[in-house]
Design a protein around this ligand. Structure first.
Ligand SMILES: [Zn+2]
Ligand SMILES: [Zn+2]
Length: 342
């Protein structure tokens, strides 16, 4: 039987490629030959052995693009050599939420890498309903970034923000930058974006945000107030996951405003300025992953409106995966998206 290599994290800080047997896809499956894969924030948690819900050893990676290599016998909507990406979520289809179409809230939700199949691999098996065709105008790199774009898109949709409204983004990682690009497109008003990393804020500015350079001592809340006649913004997006940044987001919004939370907190019970909720009638709402967002994300990139490719800061060949992870673990690394090619 033919073999292929897939990366695992056996222990904190270590990447190990293991051999897998290449089997025929199940009737409903598409076998994909992976071209590119990218590291996500959650992969870094895993690499450090600090993922809140996954223990080591574990497979790793969920952002990928490639070409269809072989089809299960019941798969009709794809052909060999189609260029595709995948939605890595696994939902049960049976629970209260799944039956109502909210599969991102599935009571038994899982991800491919948690079931032993990671994206830093030569091949990937996916059920056909989680496979999405890429238009010819999308590169494999762009296809790889449809997953994080869907996270950002879901949050922006869920916030309910509309044209002409003001906004602020706390955190200039990939998700924060994608949220910022979407807000700029959607509202017609440049969002504020802050981060402690100068490179990331500059990146946001280049992509259409009003940068707040925290490393220079610029304060998000103060800057927002100064530039909105002391009112604050209508919407803020927290894409860091820390007590201090959540507090900032809550203070940067105007009366009646809304904070949408995307960051994953290590601290389970952060302190927040609770009286603001009543005094200012503000609200705080969470956004979990994505649901029915992949097609929209693909369309937006195909239209050239969201330049996901701009987030790629480094490229490696797949065998140098360890190097890429090491780079992202260095403080002040000035990276956003690190991509790997087979
Ligand atoms: Zn991701
Ligand atoms: Zn379910």
């Amino acid at each position: 039987m033919e073999k292929y290599k897939m990366a695992m994290i056996p222990e904190p800080g270590k990447i190990e490629f293991q051999e897998r047997e290449l089997r025929d896809p199940l009737p409903d499956e598409v076998l994909i030959k992976i071209h590119t894969a990218a590291i996500c924030g959650s992969d870094l948690h895993l690499f450090k052995g600090k993922h809140p819900s996954v223990a080591l050893p574990s497979a790793v990676g969920h952002e990928l693009a490639g070409e269809v290599y072989q089809l299960g016998k019941d798969v009709k909507k794809f052909q060999v050599a189609d260029r595709v990406t995948i939605e890595p979520v696994i939902a049960c289809g049976q629970c209260h939420y799944c039956q109502r179409g909210a599969y991102h809230l599935c009571e038994n939700v899982s991800f491919q890498y948690r079931r032993g199949q990671g994206a830093f691999s030569e091949y990937f098996y996916a059920p056909q309903h989680r496979v999405f065709k890429l238009p010819d105008t999308l590169s494999y790199e762009e296809g790889t970034l449809i997953e994080p774009l869907s996270v950002a898109l879901h949050a922006v949709k869920k916030s309910g923000i509309s044209v002409g409204q003001t906004s602020a983004v706390i955190g200039g990682g990939a998700i924060g930058l994608l949220v910022s690009m979407l807000l700029n497109n959607l509202t017609g008003i440049k969002p504020f974006l802050t981060d402690i990393n100068e490179f990331r804020v500059q990146k946001a500015v280049d992509l259409g945000a009003r940068g707040v350079f925290a490393h220079k001592g610029e304060d998000m809340v103060q800057t927002v107030m100064d530039q909105t006649r002391g009112l604050g913004v209508e919407h803020a997006f927290e894409a860091v996951g820390m007590e201090a940044t959540l507090s900032q987001a809550l203070q940067a919004i105007r009366k009646g405003g809304k904070v949408t939370l995307l960051g994953i907190f290590e601290e389970q019970f952060p302190k927040i300025p609770i009286n603001l909720f009543v005094q200012r009638e503000i609200s705080l709402s969470g956004s979990q992953g994505y649901v029915w967002d992949f097609e929209d994300s693909i369309n937006m990139v195909a239209q050239g409106r969201v330049k996901v490719g701009e987030l790629v800061t480094s490229r490696y060949s797949m065998e140098n995966l360890q190097e890429g992870f090491n780079l992202l673990c260095k403080p002040g690394n000035n990276q956003v998206k690190v991509l790997f090619h087979n």
